[in-house]
Design a protein around this ligand. Structure first.
Ligand SMILES: [Zn+2]
Ligand SMILES: [Zn+2]
Ligand SMILES: [Zn+2]
Length: 253
């Protein structure tokens, strides 16, 4: 299974508009972060986790020319606003894009993209076309068992995903022990770790390290960084089995 980080930035991206801080002006390419999303390839299929607000740019940079399914973590703009840009795949294949998410996510996608769901379809209108699938605790996708993991992100439920030996969970500040159990045994864990300073809706670096110690993967990657995170500094601070991800990073799981 191949995993590509299409974006590793928090909701506002890095650099932040109008910011002259050390990170926003850094010349290190690893400090340039589009909004968070990954592409997973397995059994000849391409599965996206989240369609970020930068999806169009990410698709052009990484030459994404097909998507077989999209797993959505939660309906915040930075994770779903790229969905409209998946219209191109509908135009090419005349097949709705398969979306997976919690009931909460699906209900809110219907509100955010009302124009794709309301009224009779008129193909001349080039609207996005989605097939909405509600996640169960375990479900099959292209021959692989996916486990959905529930967590809380401030005032919003979020869904993490376990795909075989890979766990992906971002944008959360609270998770029950029984949900952590679902991730145990993964070889690779990707976790959102916003910044050093406190947050009421995300794990900070310290709390993300504690979380990794509970799940005990062989290796963990941190993602969804704010502009507090200088890649070269964080890299030196983290335990040996935790790696800060960066845009474009490709890993084999
Ligand atoms: Zn986010
Ligand atoms: Zn900044
Ligand atoms: Zn969020």
């Amino acid at each position: 299974m191949k995993v590509r980080f299409l974006g590793t930035g928090t909701s506002m991206g890095v650099p932040l508009i109008g910011c002259n801080c050390e990170v926003c002006t850094s010349r290190d390419f690893r400090d340039k972060r589009l909004r968070s999303s990954i592409m997973i390839e397995f059994n000849g299929k391409c599965v996206l986790i989240d369609a970020s607000s930068d999806f169009r740019v990410q698709a052009l940079i990484y030459r994404i020319n097909r998507i077989d399914a999209i797993l959505i973590t939660h309906p915040h703009a930075d994770h779903v606003f790229g969905l409209d840009d998946t219209r191109i795949f509908y135009l090419k294949n005349r097949k709705p894009v398969e979306l997976w998410g919690s009931e909460f996510t699906i209900d809110n996608l219907k509100r955010l993209f009302f124009y794709a769901f309301e009224g009779k379809r008129d193909e001349r209108l080039v609207k996005p076309s989605f097939n909405l699938n509600k996640v169960r605790e375990k479900f099959e996708l292209f021959g692989v068992t996916i486990t959905s993991v529930n967590a809380i992100h401030g005032d919003m439920p979020v869904t993490g995903y376990r795909v075989n030996n890979l766990g992906y969970i971002t944008d959360f500040n609270f998770i029950e022990e029984k949900e952590i159990e679902k991730l145990k045994g993964v070889k690779t864990l990707i976790v959102g770790a916003l910044r050093y300073s406190p947050s009421i809706s995300h794990l900070t670096i310290d709390r993300a390290i504690e979380f990794v110690k509970k799940v005990k993967p062989e290796v963990a990657y941190f993602t969804h960084f704010s502009h507090e995170i200088l890649h070269s500094r964080l890299e030196k601070e983290l335990p040996a089995n935790i790696i800060p991800a960066y845009d474009g990073l490709e890993i084999e799981v």
